[in-house]
Ligand binder design. Sequence first.
Ligand SMILES: NC(=O)c1ccc[n+]([C@@H]2O[C@H](COP(=O)([O-])OP(=O)(O)OC[C@H]3O[C@@H](n4cnc5c(N)ncnc54)[C@H](OP(=O)(O)O)[C@@H]3O)[C@@H](O)[C@H]2O)c1
Length: 298
Amino acid sequence: MIGGTGFLGTAIVRELARRPASADYCFTLPTRRRERARHLLVLPTVHVVDADVHDAATLDRLMAGQHAVISLVGILKGGEGKPYGKGFARAHVELPQKIAAAAKAAGVRRVLHVSALKAAPDAPSGYLCSKAAGEAALRDAGLDLTLFRPSVIFGPGDSFLTLFARMAKIAPFFPLAGAEARFQPVWVEDVAAAVADSLQRADSIGAAYDLGGPTQYSLRQLVSYAAAISGHPRVVIGLPEAVAWLQAWAMEFIPNGPMTRDNIRSMRVASVCDTGRTLPFGRVATPLEIVAPTYLRS
Ligand SMILES: NC(=O)c1ccc[n+]([C@@H]2O[C@H](COP(=O)([O-])OP(=O)(O)OC[C@H]3O[C@@H](n4cnc5c(N)ncnc54)[C@H](OP(=O)(O)O)[C@@H]3O)[C@@H](O)[C@H]2O)c1
């Protein structure tokens, strides 16, 4: 599982480990920082290894003897550039190309890849364009591929609602870029279940699934909700585009700043499921209002 040590990867590992059909699977999780994967070291079926997955020889070694690859590496900040910044090119395009080559060489045909809702070659942001290019690289490789395109994912440890709740704690009001941007947040456990289902279903080979929750919201609604439910209700002030742009540009100079200009471009596209279908395999999406209070209140 490449990129498996993060928020979604952890949920997928746990989901697969509790299913009888996959309880005996062993997962190899390469990481750049083993200490960040401490929470996974206790799981008996997980093998966390220090590895640079961008190195082709390392990928070849990791791929040997595997049954399938789950590809999860994704970043929100990849710099500026046309059609995308260097960081996006490396993580979202070149890495899937290398994964495809290593999988083919090792005879690993089954690949599950997590992209993003509304990834498209003509999308307005480097994030979404590069995600589309990564999908295309894997598709062109002719592997037994399944693609997943989630909207924003929520759950304990997310970097979305949790971030808003944290900011509400310290800020008297909320100046918000992209306040009217649309999202359809999907629960991390629902995404993990869809990926786990797919691993065991041959009929998902060749498919691409948009993943969303049951409800669409504006960013303003989500921020207000996270602030209120965490006990710090705040007034949200939508910033005009020019001010939002300037704010995002300034934040790019802060290490781990919460916003970039590319994030603003991504929000120009509604991150919602257009077909009305939110989860595959007959699954019913879990409402945010059932799960979010369990971790935002604490
Ligand atoms: N979370 C969301 O709301 C959301 C929404 C839509 C799509 N997605 C997609 O879902 C996937 C998983 O997201 P997540 O929320 O689980 O991400 P995450 O928690 O940030 O985890 C990212 C994983 O990718 C690895 N990684 C990050 N940058 C890397 C790089 N430059 N080179 C190699 N490895 C790198 C990290 O490994 P280390 O252990 O080495 O740090 C980590 O395992 C991503 O592709 C993301 O784009 C997420």
